[in-house]
Design a protein. Structure first.
Length: 432
């Protein structure tokens, strides 16, 4: 056995150990005793606030308490990254629901306490990191340019796809996206990031760029995009996975990318073991990468005689491979299997790069002139309207999705055993 295989086995053993530990242990970050009286805390907003329909949430850091506190308060006045605040309220531990461990979900981001509807006094502004301050200010300008150029729901969908602002989507539209299996297109998730970079790679190759040129073109766009949306930890992790996949394709060793992906996952889990159990985005990005590495070549071989105009077949096999690999995770976490998903993704996913490109053009022109942005807004409006209509139409189909109740993780594990056997069997046939 070679050194690289030994190292791969060690990484896999470590990941398996994290899985077992996550199933049997639920470590508490620190002991906290709730008090009935309000307390006064001074600190700084350390993340971009989430502006929702009727409230806002933000991460708050104070020297008195380890970790971070998630503050939920009224929508107005709106607060920003770097604001120094004095907050008076009652600290609580996050709730643990019957079907969702909210405490563990927040702990993965080092958020250990919550505070609701507290009294807030803003003491100062711009006390955060200078770099992040500029990024979030710029992102806010892009957000306002979109809002002033397009009306909902098109503006809400573009902000979700382009900036990751999914909280502006209506509950009805979110439900239709879930039913049609296209929720990933309006979230900056691992699966979303990987699909986007792969489509951009195919398009770059399609217009005649060499593989090396296409790699650097997509990688630069990926880095700029992650920085532009504020470099959240989830996007950085997804970007790392996507970059490793791009690198393997650049050097022509896609089948060897699995080791780099497993190694990257191991490093992430060393720093934060809770990702494996509590971060759906990490799970999706990890499995989407491995699925593209192992399943896409098989699907490409099965469809080798199909026409491939504008590399649409490559986009189809890549998307299908990612969906097959992430299907159990989606069912386990959301309790729903979208039967219409392959068709919905085939009709929508190839257009995502165009939506992103037109969205970027629209946003940046909007920074200069809202009037000019409105004049050239028609192409992105048509694409977004098409997306919304497709989701609306397909989600209304009878039996478009099947609901699961209390699905066992053993069944999902069996799915992966069958999938692994299928891949092994196909590779064995190709060898002989």
């Amino acid at each position: 056995m070679t050194k690289s295989k030994i190292f791969l086995c060690l990484c896999l053993v470590f990941i398996a150990g994290v899985i077992i530990y996550s199933l049997v242990e639920n470590p508490q970050p620190f002991l906290f005793e709730e008090a009935d009286e309000d307390i006064v805390l001074k600190g700084i907003i350390v993340g971009e606030p989430e502006q929702r329909i009727n409230q806002q949430k933000f991460q708050f850091k104070t020297e008195e308490i380890p970790g971070k506190i998630l503050i939920t308060t009224e929508l107005y006045p709106q607060y920003h990254y770097g604001d120094e605040l004095e907050i008076t309220g009652k600290l609580q531990e996050p709730a643990v629901f019957e079907d969702f461990d909210y405490q563990e979900y927040l702990a993965k981001d080092k958020i250990y306490l919550v505070m609701y509807w507290s009294s807030i006094n803003r003491l100062a502004e711009n006390k955060g990191n200078w770099f992040y301050q500029r990024i979030f200010n710029f992102k806010d300008k892009l957000r306002k340019a979109i809002e002033q150029t397009l009306l909902p729901p098109q503006s809400s969908v573009l902000k979700a796809i382009f900036l990751g602002d999914r909280y502006g989507l209506s509950e009805e539209l979110k439900e239709k996206l879930n039913i049609s299996g296209t929720r990933h297109i309006v979230a900056i998730s691992g699966m979303h990031m990987i699909i986007m970079t792969q489509i951009l790679l195919f398009l770059a190759l399609g217009i005649g760029l060499w593989r090396g040129q296409a790699f650097y073109f997509v990688l630069i766009l990926l880095i700029i995009y992650i920085i532009m949306i504020g470099a959240p930890a989830s996007a950085v992790r997804a970007g790392l996975m996507a970059s490793l996949l791009l690198l393997a394709q650049k050097i022509g060793r896609l089948r060897s990318a699995d080791r780099a992906i497993v190694f990257a996952a191991t490093i992430m889990l060393i720093f934060n073991p809770l990702l494996l159990k509590s971060d759906v985005g990490f799970q999706l990005s990890f499995m989407a990468c491995l699925s593209i590495v192992y399943l896409k070549p098989i699907l490409d071989n099965k469809t080798s005689k199909w026409p491939n105009p504008w590399r649409l077949k490559d986009i189809l096999t890549m998307t299908l491979a990612a969906q097959l690999g992430t299907l159990p995770i989606l069912i386990f976490h959301f309790g729903r299997l979208s039967l219409i998903s392959p068709l919905a993704n085939l009709l929508i996913v190839p257009l995502l790069p165009l939506i992103m490109i037109f969205g970027i053009i629209l946003s940046f022109i909007g920074l200069i002139s809202i009037g000019l942005a409105k004049i050239i807004a028609l192409p992105v409006w048509l694409l977004l309207t098409y997306l919304i209509k497709v989701v609306d139409y397909l989600s209304s189909f009878p039996l478009a999705a099947y609901e699961f109740e209390n699905i066992s993780w053993i069944i999902l594990l069996g799915y992966y055993f069958i999938l692994i056997f299928f891949i092994w069997n196909q590779n064995k046939k190709n060898v002989f």
